[in-house]
Design a protein around this ligand. Sequence first.
Ligand SMILES: [Fe+2]
Ligand SMILES: [Fe+2]
Length: 487
Amino acid sequence: MKDEVLSAVSRRNMFLAPDALEVIESNGYSMEFVNTLLNSLSKNTVFVMKSDVVNFLNGDKGIMEPEKVIKPKVKRDSDLSIIPGSDITGQSTCTGTIEDFTKYFRSRYNILKKIILKRRDFDPPLSISRAMEVDREVNIVGIIYEVKTTKNGHTMLEIEDETGTCNVLIRKDTPISNELFVNDEVIGVTGKRSKPSQGNGKYSARSGFFNANKIYRPDVTEKSSWTPSDSDSSIAFLSDIHIGSREFLKPQWEKMIAWLKANAYEKNLNYLVLPGDVVDGIGAYPGQEYDLEIDNIFKQYETLSEYLKEIPDHMKIVMHPGNHDACRLAEPQPALKEIYTKSFDSNIYITGNPINLNVEGRIVTSYHGKSIDDWVQSVRGMSYEDPPAVMKQMIMRRHLAPMYGQKNALAPEKKDYLAMEHLPDIFVSGHVHGAGRLEYHGVKMINASSWQSQTDYQKRNNFNPDPAIMPVVHLGTGEITMHDFLK
Ligand SMILES: [Fe+2]
Ligand SMILES: [Fe+2]
C-alpha cells in the first residue's frame, strides 16, 4: 500500500509529508481514495501536507453523512420502502464459527469507525499499534473489550483494533470520568501513550497505557434537528400485541380499530409499524401455558391476521418479530416464515428485526428492543421505567445491542445489522411495554406500548406495563401524539 501511494504521488510530481502518509495508511483507504484526494488538489501543489488529507477527509462528500432528501408527499400515494441491506431475511450465513465472530466484529468496527470519522471535530486517527509508538497526542478508534476500575478508582478500558490492543486510562479527576462505557461499543479516543517504562525508549505493553483526554462516540451531531417537510402523512406504531395471551386487551384494541376506521383516512394516517411480539408465542417464559388463551402458535398468527384485516385498507403495514414470535431468538431476527403468515393480507410487509424503512423520505428504524434487558442490567442509571433513555444510549453508540454475551443473544452475521448505519428520523422499540417518547438531536424516539395488560409473571417480576397506547408521528412536522385507548 505504501509503495503504491508513493508512486501515485510521484507520478504527479508531488511529495507526500510523512505525517500525511501516516494518516492515509492508518485509515486503510484504498487507492481510489488516494487518487481522488490527489485529483482534488490544485495542479500547483508540490507538497501534500497532513492538513491537505485532513481537509479532504472533512470535505469528502463520499464519506460524509448523506444529505437527507425529504420528499414531498403526494396525497394517498404510499411511499414506503425497506432500506436495502437492513433486513437479515434470506441473508443469514452464520454458523457460529470463530471466523464468523471475527467477521461480525470487524463489520461492527468498520461501520462505527466510519461514522466516527465523519465527525468534523475528530482528526483522522492512527492505528492502535502506531499510536503506542509516538510521543504526541493522537486519535485512535477501538472496540471496547473490557471495562475495569483500577484500585485507585480510575477507569481502565481495554480496547482493540485490527492492529492490536491497548489499555486506555480514564482518570477519575478528569471531565470524562463520568462517561458510561459498555463492552463491545466502538469509541474514538484522543490521548497520548504513557511514558515508555523501559530505558531504551520502547513501549512496554505490560506497564504502558494510553492516557485519554477526550472520548468521541459515533452519536449524532448536536446541530441535527428534525427538518419539516410538506408531507401530510402520519405513521402509527402498535407494539407487543401479544395475541394469544389471556391478558390481550381486546376491548381496547377494538376501540383503537374503531378510531382508525373513523379517522385514519381523514388524518392521512397512512403507515403502521408493528415492532414485534405480535403474538404471545409458546414457551416464552416458565409457566406461560397458564397465561395463554390460544395455546397453538399457528392459531395465534391466524387470529392476528383476522384482527389486522380490520385495519383500514389504505394503511401500509410493516410487521417484524420480537422475542415472543416464532423465530430464532438471536438478533438480527429474520422475518416470520410463510407457514405462519400465509393468511396475512398482501398490504403487510413482513420483515426482519431490526429494520430500516424509508417512509416519505424519513428513515424509520424499528427494533423490538430485547437488548433493553442488558442495558438496564449493565448500565448505571438505566431502568425499565424509562426506555427512551436507553434508546438514547443506543443512538449515542449507533448500536442497538452492543453488549455481546449477555442475556440478549446476537448471531454473528457477516454484517452487523444492529449497528445503526443509518441515522433514523424516527426510532421505535417495544419489548418493555412502556409508552414513552423523547427527542434527541432531532431523532424522535418512541417506546410503542403494548396491547397486553400485566400478566402474573410480570407482576411477580415487578414489571409495570403502560398498555393500549398508540403513538403517532406526523411525517411532515414530526409532532408525536400518544393516543390512549385504555380509558
Ligand atoms: Fe412483549
Ligand atoms: Fe419482547
